[in-house]
Write a protein of this length. Sequence first.
Length: 244
Amino acid sequence: VFPKILYFNSIDSTNTYAKKAADLIPSDFLVVADTQTLGRGRLGRSWSSPSSTGIYMSLCIRPNISLEKASMITLITAMAICDAIEELYNISPLIKWPNDIVINSKKICGILTEMSCDMDGIKYIISGVGINVYDTEFPDDIKDTASSLLLETGTKTDRAKIISSAIYHFYEDLDTFMQTEDMSILKSKYESRLANIGREVMILDPKGEYPATALGIDETGALIVNANGKIKRIISGEVSVRGI
Ligand code: BTN
């Protein structure tokens, strides 16, 4: 079943709107906008959201899972976006763990997952996705690291087609995930798209910055790295991974 869609020409942020609407709409729903005036990125950054060049959308879901499993929804979202791009553009994007999607090492999509919980567990999860589709120019601070589907593939594809394919693949993988409530079945699929695998990454954690080699993910979605001979689990939110 495709979720109910709320479409806006212009909105502050589809994530912010979805958070407000989640208290009023009991089912899953998708907020889509042509432009955002206050698009939000991770770590309090802003997300440049020019009119008609990108996809700005937020999917609100209500899976019956415990709090510590919520971060896996980000990984499932990233896989769904890759599936949609591969299907429509015949190119295989890669995921920079946990939630950036890159083509030719340039970021073309970011994901901002937010949630609300109470004593009974998760009330809802909002998976916010920004995809650079037709952009040909970028703000100065990201112009060396960002790109768009058009620039990397030379192809123009209807944004609605990308959205519907991504939503379809998202629910397909969510169903698989819910069978075991972990990444055990999806692990190899995710790893096949993982840009970091076998490569050196910089881990930033409260104790400082150190290099490590990314080995893959475990069934909880944590990144497994080899740091100077020690195998470590990196949990989303605790550290960020630089490199590539
Ligand atoms: C990142 O920092 O990489 C995450 C960017 C997420 C941007 C999307 S655009 C749609 C949704 N609404 C927002 O305000 N942010 C997310």
